[in-house]
Design a protein around this ligand. Structure first.
Ligand code: BES
Ligand code: ZN
Ligand code: ZN
Length: 478
């Protein structure tokens, strides 16, 4: 889909808040909608007039002015795009009009995003590809630098779609080696240095927890370290750490068929960090960022690790594996420790499909956040609000720092008797490996993938969460 600043065309989209005063809209037909059709302007409420004439309009509500945010523009523009595709319209102009506290740039970027969000589908494995009629959008704006503002959103959404494609790709095609190859490909011809640790390099490094999880698979693990250092390699970095379990069967603590059915997506944290880095690099953001990915399968074989095994870690801490299905925290133990001690990290953010418990706590549309540094998390949360990706904090309390302690090993990876709050238990476990570097943990088990319809403007399948939040945070943090 091409989106440009341009002329008024024969079809125009208007996005208006609830109770919009008539003089706020110039177009006659839009006024007609408001006057005669009791159009209220509720969020995503639509009025459609498409005929043979040249004054065709689609009016979509933005909801109440008092609550108006950029994300409402994304939602309403997405609704308009859906209508136009259903009606087989090929091109439209869109009135860019800021209301409330949303400025003109955010209005333009929100609307641009909404149209682009309507343009994604994962068809790689389908004979018949989805065709969208709407291919050209002309934005009516006088904003200076509008074209750059459009381009920024276009590159961001391209990166979100990189994440979606990775997460949607099944595990027969996406496993540690192929993930490493895809990432190498993605960042060739950029300033990103791609370092790949294969099994032998991981053994030499001593990443024994990652290696233990991978034991049951004939596919070898990988650790990817992607360095983007536009400020030079002396300056500290923001580390983006991802759980890249390309398939999680549960291991000997085997999942049910239902539980396993979406476990190709257990690398969504890795996918998000790769997408976020892509957005940062393509938009030429001047921040040092390093992405660290632990990639492995969690399978069963005669070589697999078992419930009750005591394993070692890169840090040297020993862990009693109470449950082989709590494998993500073992992978992250090593990659977080690597980020905390081998890179000059001033901030670490990890994203992981870590616990089913976060879905019980917060549902499918809210990411669970945890931290060892409140002011850092506050900045990430502010970024998530701008991005329209809902997040909610859970506490890490001293009680849970006690619960992770082991009997015959230093730590246990899961409680033996049910203690509840599995998401917090997991975070307390991860905290042990970040060595007091300011750290934010994002549990995206609920938000990274929708088996049925996606939230708001998000597609079914991989959502691309939390790429937009990470981009927003990295772009703005001092
Ligand atoms: N990958 C799963 C978590 C998950 C569940 C992600 C549902 C997406 C949707 C993780 O490795 C896991 O199995 N966690 C266990 C931990 C338990 C054994 C302590 C869980 O949540 O049940
Ligand atoms: Zn698991
Ligand atoms: Zn897992």
């Amino acid at each position: 889909m091409k989106i440009n600043v341009g002329e008024q065309l024969s079809t125009t989209v208007y996005l208006v808040p609830e109770g919009t005063k008539l003089e706020m809209i110039s177009d006659e037909a839009a006024q007609y909608a408001l006057n005669h059709l009791k159009f209220k302007g509720n969020l995503n409420e639509k009025f459609i007039y498409l005929g043979p004439n040249t004054d065709n309009i689609v009016v979509v509500g933005l909801g109440h002015l008092d609550h108006l945010t950029k994300d409402h523009y994304v939602q309403a523009a997405y609704t308009a795009a859906k209508v136009l595709n259903e009606q087989k319209v090929e091109s439209t102009s869109v009135q860019i009009k800021p209301y409330g506290t949303v400025d003109e740039k955010n209005t333009l970027q929100g609307i641009t995003e909404g149209f682009l969000q309507a343009d994604y589908s994962f068809d790689t494995y389908k004979k018949e590809k989805t065709k969208y009629s709407l291919t050209s959008v002309s934005l009516l704006t006088d904003l200076k630098n509008a074209q750059e503002a459009i381009e920024e959103v276009r590159l961001l959404l391209e990166a979100v779609n990189v994440t979606r494609d990775l997460v949607n790709t099944p595990a027969n095609d996406l496993y540690p080696e192929t993930l490493a190859n895809k990432v190498t490909d993605l960042f060739k011809d950029t300033d990103v240095q791609v370092e790949i640790f294969d099994k032998q390099a991981l053994e030499e490094l001593g990443a024994k927890a990652l290696l233990a999880v991978s034991q049951g698979s004939s596919k070898e693990p990988r650790m990817l370290v992607l360095k983007y250092l536009p400020l030079g390699d002396e300056e500290p970095v923001i580390s983006l750490v991802g759980k890249g379990v390309t398939y999680d069967s549960g291991g000997y603590a085997i999942k049910s068929a239902k539980g396993m059915s979406t476990m190709k997506t257990d690398m969504a944290g890795a996918g998000a960090m790769i997408g976020a880095l892509h957005a940062i690099v393509s938009n030429n953001i001047q921040q040092n960022v390093v992405c660290v990915i632990g990639a492995t399968e969690n399978l069963i074989s005669g070589e697999a690790f078992k419930n009750g095994d005591i394993i070692h870690t890169l840090k040297g801490t020993t862990i009693e594996v109470i449950n082989t299905d709590a494998e993500g925290r073992l992978v992250l133990a090593d990659v977080l420790y690597y980020a905390a001690t081998k890179l000059n990290s001033k901030y670490i953010i990890d994203a992981a499909t870590l616990t089913g418990a976060v879905i019980a706590a917060l549902g499918q549309n809210i990411t669970g956040t945890m931290t060892n540094n409140q002011s850092f998390l506050d900045k990430v949360t502010a970024a998530s609000k701008t991005a329209g990706e809902d997040m909610w904090q859970l506490p890490i309390t001293p009680e849970f720092r006690e619960k992770i302690k082991g009997n015959h090993a230093d730590l246990i990876n899961s409680s033996i008797n049910f203690v509840g709050a599995g998401t917090i238990f997991a975070a307390a476990f991860l905290e042990h490996f970040v060595e007091d570097v300011p750290w934010v943990h994002l549990d995206i088990a609920g938000t990274s993938y929708a088996s049925s319809n996606g939230n708001k403007y998000l597609p079914k399948g991989a959502s691309g969460i939390p790429v937009k939040t990470l981009y927003e945070f990295v772009k703005n943090v001092k």
